[in-house]
Design a protein around this ligand. Structure first.
Ligand SMILES: Nc1ncnc2c1ncn2[C@@H]1O[C@H](COP(=O)(O)OP(=O)(O)OP(=O)(O)O)[C@@H](O)[C@H]1O
Ligand SMILES: [Mg+2]
Length: 299
């Protein structure tokens, strides 16, 4: 770890693997990349036939798509179709849910994210997450942002990391004179930007955002949307949103999910209906189900 302020790079190195005694070297495709997995420099994620189960319940099935660098991808679809479940696959947050199981292949810059030698903690450093409800730690504004770098062992240069991260999250001007105040005293919109600063502080490559604006007013929402546009030069972003205007405004590509209903037991499985440029999804989608959803006739 150096004292450098955080930065994401296009050529982010491969994930650090956990040392395993006498582990066999992976073969050319032994990373699980598979024949179709995108490994081009600008492919950040490749998902192939991803299924997620909670116990025996299959929540989503056969999800296949790619995410490219510096892209903002929106995940949209009706409640319960599996958007959060899918998003959590990309930084192995589903590992923390006891009954969750992921099958299929997800590569991150060519490395199988679920390879047993990939360290999930390192995955979550590279691939940060911002949740629906801002969740600052009950600590000072400064300590929230410095938390990740400190955990990683950084001792020097923290002031710069904190300032740079808060600037990137468009919060610096509002908090620079009260860094030692409790983060819990900030407004909801400020707390959400603090959480973005905290995610940025560890120098991630990707940000996953699960309905980050759903608890915010239109002004705070606009600030977060502007922020996303600014930081997409440095990061790749996947955002789940129920707000169609937001998806249309901020994203480059959109993935539409829906839930297939199984009449025999009334259970539902999330499926990916289509993924395309946001402009196409909102003006001329290929699938009627997408059109019904984006025009408000369903969901
Ligand atoms: N921890 C869990 N344990 C069991 N089932 C779960 C769990 N989390 C989600 N599910 C189920 O998986 C399915 C997909 O849920 P998910 O939260 O991913 O949907 P979503 O599209 O994000 O919905 P929303 O728009 O309401 O946030 C739902 O049927 C849900 O009940
Ligand atoms: Mg959700």
């Amino acid at each position: 770890m150096t004292d450098d302020s955080p930065r994401a790079t296009d050529d982010a190195p491969r994930l650090i693997e956990r040392p395993v005694a006498a582990a066999p070297r992976p073969s050319a495709d032994g990373d699980g990349a598979g024949p179709d997995a995108g490994t081009s420099r600008d492919t950040v994620f490749s998902s192939r036939d991803v299924n997620v189960y909670y116990g025996t319940f299959r929540a989503v099935r056969d999800v296949t798509f790619d995410v490219h660098t510096h892209e903002i991808m929106a995940l949209i679809g009706p409640s319960g179709c599996g958007k959060s479940t899918v998003l959590r696959c990309y930084n192995r947050m589903n590992d923390l849910i006891k009954e969750a199981r992921v099958t299929g292949t997800i590569t991150y810059r060519g490395t199988n994210l679920y390879n047993e030698r990939v360290d999930p903690v390192e995955v979550r450093r590279r691939i940060g997450m911002v949740f629906q409800k801002p969740n600052p730690f009950p600590k000072s504004i400064y300590d929230n942002v410095a938390y990740g770098p400190r955990v990683a062992g950084q001792k020097r240069g923290l002031d710069d990391v904190v300032e740079n991260s808060l600037r990137k999250a468009a919060l610096w001007e509002e908090v620079s004179d009260r860094l030692s105040d409790s983060a819990l005293g900030l407004s909801g919109g400020q707390q959400q930007r603090l959480c973005i600063a905290r995610a940025i502080a560890v120098g991630p490559d990707v940000l996953l955002m699960d309905e980050p604006c759903s608890a915010l007013d239109p002004i705070a929402t606009a600030r977060i949307e502007d922020l996303m546009q600014e930081i997409k030069q440095d990061y790749t972003i996947m955002i789940v949103t129920h707000n169609m205007q937001q998806a249309a405004r901020v994203s480059d590509t959109t993935a539409f999910f829906t839930a297939e209903v199984h009449s025999e037991n009334d259970s539902r499985t999330g499926i990916l209906v289509e993924v395309d440029s946001t402009q196409k999804i909102f003006s001329n989608p290929s699938d009627e189900r997408t059109e019904n959803y984006v025009t408000g006739r369903f969901g």
